[in-house]
Design a protein around this ligand. Structure first.
Ligand code: FES
Length: 157
């Protein structure tokens, strides 16, 4: 296991049975912002599961991620109210500007694009949330401009 992802203290403090897995994954993700793939064999050995079984558990829960968090996270709403006002075109335009599809991060890890079902502000849709800030009444054009404003490597320009 890489020195950068040393989890020996986490495993030492945790139980070593399959039902301890979720708690271990949560602690590892809190520390590193993701579950380092290199840590899976050690976690699996500790809870007496196969690495494939551990992978199956962590991929079942959307809160766990095997890759480091992107510097910018864009969540485009595709709930009913936003969808009927063009939410899909907003997501497509944002993604095309950066070369990413929903569920992906840009190749440099700078921007991640997600789609969500409702952000709780349907009256001002279509909306997206960029780094926690709601952007209202989006259009494909405004979404493209917002994406390009992040720069192709995800840095604000
Ligand atoms: S459907 Fe988009 S905010 Fe509710």
């Amino acid at each position: 296991m890489s020195e950068a992802f040393d989890i020996r203290d986490i495993l030492h403090a945790a139980g070593g049975r399959p039902h301890d897995l979720i708690g271990i994954l949560q602690t590892v993700q809190e520390r590193f912002g993701h579950i380092p793939p290199a840590a899976l064999p050690a976690i699996a050995r500790h809870v007496r599961m196969s690495p494939g079984e551990v992978f199956g558990v962590l991929s079942f829960y959307p809160g766990f991620s095997l890759r480091p968090p992107a510097r910018h996270v864009c969540e485009v709403c595709l709930g009913t109210a936003c969808h009927v006002r063009g939410g899909a075109a907003v997501a497509e335009s944002f993604g095309r500007a950066l070369g990413v599809s929903p569920g992906e991060a840009s190749s440099d890890g700078g921007v991640e694009l997600k789609t969500v079902n409702c952000l709780g502000c349907c009256a001002i849709g279509p909306v997206l949330r960029l780094d926690g800030r709601i952007e209202a009444r989006m259009t494909p054009s405004s979404a493209r401009d917002l994406a390009l404003g992040l720069g192709t490597d995800g840095r604000k320009t």
